[in-house]
Design a protein around this ligand. Structure first.
Ligand SMILES: [Zn+2]
Length: 320
């Protein structure tokens, strides 16, 4: 369905746009990984509306920044960083149009044009009328749309990284502590408020500080707020876990670190060495409170290849 000007009021345009973002068609790999290409393109374009007051861009302008974003936050296979997939296929979501379709050369047997044609012809894409106009006159809609996309595609620990990388000015209200308070309480109790990786258990007075309840399968991908889907991690290890730096083998809870994780400091070295010396997750005492083997955020085999750079979890690192 296309959002068209017609007799719609601005408010109807805004609410149709937000609904269309919720329904945005996302490529899902056979192992259940959801591509972040379209969400990143929408966020990049929202940042351009906010900062440059422009609702459309030539493919040339956004190809490089979008491919960098996909490399940073998406899956790592080089062939899949291509910016032209979302640039083209976002057309089917009702709020995006691409100009000069007619002159485009298509790849044989494919429904998307050749990337060279998009560059050569200076093809532009962007928010359709009236969504673009509404975005230009309503900063609140930019914020609401960006939050909608973030919530549907990324875990909260990644929000600020994504916002900064796309260049949005956005103050984010993180709902996790409120929404997941029972989950957090349960996970911290089971792990005795210790990080399952490094054992950190700092408290300020009686309150644990810097300890969080990480979801193995993210809530935005249908992960439940239940103990077997949780691990207590310190803030640093939570962030590294969500970024795909390390995972845990579901069969023996061994730590598996990405071969591309590197750094010249003792904290990085500690994690790399812990994995090399067959270190394991510090699991709860009770077996029934251990991370569930069925959650695809854990690696099933010791030999599983970890993703090659940080970003959202891939089927290799987080979905086994
Ligand atoms: Zn830790």
């Amino acid at each position: 369905m296309t959002i068209d000007a017609g007799p719609s009021s601005g408010d109807e345009v805004a609410s149709s746009f937000l609904s269309a973002l919720d329904r945005m068609g996302i490529y899902v790999s056979p192992s259940g990984h959801r591509a972040v290409h379209k969400p990143l393109l929408v966020l990049l374009m929202l940042a351009r509306v906010q900062q440059l007051r422009r609702v459309r861009a030539s493919f040339d302008e956004i190809e490089e920044p979008l491919e960098h974003l996909i490399a940073e936050f998406g899956r790592t296979s080089a062939t899949r960083h291509r910016a032209h997939y979302p640039f083209w296929y976002l057309k089917s979501d009702g709020f995006w149009t691409v100009d000069s379709d007619d002159a485009l050369d298509f790849r044989e047997g494919k429904s998307e044009p050749k990337v060279t044609a998009l560059r050569k012809l200076g093809v532009t894409g962007g928010f359709s009328e009236p969504v673009g106009s509404r975005l230009l006159s309503d900063d609140g809609l930019i914020r609401d749309a960006a939050m909608r996309v973030l919530r549907n595609a990324f875990p909260e620990t990644r929000y600020l990284d994504v916002i900064n990388a796309v260049g949005l000015q956005l103050s984010v209200e993180l709902a996790a502590t409120r929404r997941d308070s029972a989950f957090r309480r349960e996970v911290l109790r089971a792990y005795n408020a210790r990080c399952g990786v490094c054992g950190y258990s700092g408290r300020l007075g009686l309150q644990p500080v810097g300890i969080e309840a990480a979801h193995i399968r993210w809530v935005c991908f249908g992960g439940p707020n239940e103990l077997p889907n949780g691990i207590a991690l310190c803030s640093l290890h939570h962030k590294l876990f969500d970024a795909g730096v390390f995972t845990v083998s579901s069969s023996n809870r061994r730590l598996l670190v990405s071969p591309h994780f590197d750094g010249a400091d003792p904290v990085t070295a500690w994690l790399v060495n812990a994995a090399a010396s067959k270190g394991c997750l510090i699991a709860p005492l009770r077996v029934h409170e251990h991370p569930g083997e069925s959650f695809p955020g854990l690696a099933r085999k010791r030999s599983v290849r970890l993703r090659s750079s940080v970003g959202t979890p891939t089927e290799a690192a987080r979905e086994g």
